[in-house]
Write a protein that binds this ligand. Structure first.
Ligand code: ZN
Length: 294
């Protein structure tokens, strides 16, 4: 197949759908030095979803934006050195490239059976507009906006939250393409960040301070407002990811425990334990008293 972005008939590279630096950080800060992906928790993975997707030129294009994002936003955010970040043009390029590749990848693999015909047409429009913007043919992606919401540890809660909420917010990668009622969006949950790429936005005025601007902007300003359904969606996804973890086999549990025991210092200083402590702060011992499925 040709390059998914520029359609060149070049030899394709094995592209990361979610940038490699995310998985590298997860691995480096994990209790065991390994990561496991949502749908296949019984398998250790090196660095996430990969596929022959882009030609070398397009891969280089994405790589420059990823490097800027990794160094200016991601690493300062996850190491708690900064909470707000000034950005320039690379931010909209990076977030659009991420929404584009996730949507294109999921569309190719699963064909979006939950989308009706009119939403499927919107998917084609969004992909086309994003492609045109990424290739420099248009100055911005128009109504197919990108929004970024920084996430942080929750220390206490007034409403009921999943037992794994902090581990989900701080340590998971979760991708989805969602449609509900009048809108549709690409849902990209990264550690400490949620990125939403709109295929169709219903009430744009309900979002304040999260939209990525074309030229310059600040991410993580103190005043942002997002609609309630985004939190409900995060909670639902955290619950689902908790259920998937229940399916981890006894053999794999033993393997994880053995790896962790062999390097207790690593466990104590890990991001995995830090996120787990956050869940214990909210839920207490319940986090450990799990009824194991048969
Ligand atoms: Zn290309």
């Amino acid at each position: 197949m040709p390059c998914r972005l520029c359609e060149a008939d070049d030899k394709l590279e094995i592209s990361h759908i979610v940038p490699k630096f995310i998985y590298k950080w997860l691995k480096e800060t994990s209790a065991t030095g390994f990561i496991r992906c949502g749908l296949e928790p019984n398998k250790r993975v090196q660095d996430g979803f990969k596929q022959e997707f882009l030609c070398p030129n397009c891969e280089d294009l994405f790589c420059d934006w990823e490097t800027e994002f990794s160094k200016t936003v991601f690493h300062p955010l996850v190491s708690k050195q900064a909470h707000s970040f000034r950005y320039s043009e690379w931010m909209l390029n990076f977030t659009t490239s991420l929404s584009w590749r996730v949507l294109k990848y999921i569309q190719e693999k699963h064909e979006l059976p939950h989308f009706n015909d009119s939403m499927k047409a919107e998917v084609e429009n969004a992909l086309q507009k994003w492609e045109s913007f990424l290739l420099g043919h248009e100055p911005h992606p128009g109504k197919f906006q990108q929004h970024v919401i920084p996430l942080d540890k929750i220390n206490s809660a007034t409403k009921s939250l999943p037992l794994n909420i902090n581990r989900y917010l701080l340590r998971s990668v979760d991708l989805d393409v969602v449609t509900s009622g009048k809108q549709a969006y690409v849902f990209i949950k990264l550690p400490y960040l949620l990125i939403i790429g709109f295929i169709k936005i219903d009430r744009p005025n309900d979002w304040k301070g999260t939209k990525v601007h074309v030229k310059n902007g600040v991410l993580g300003s103190d005043e942002y407002v997002v609609p309630e359904f985004i939190f409900d969606h995060l909670i639902e996804k955290a619950e689902r990811s908790d259920k998937i973890k229940d399916n981890i086999s006894d053999k794999q549990t033993t393997k994880i425990e053995k790896t962790a025991r062999s390097n207790i210092d690593r466990v104590v200083n890990s991001g995995t334990l830090d996120a787990l402590k956050g869940d214990v702060d909210i839920h207490g011992d319940k986090v450990f008293n799990r009824k194991k499925p048969n």
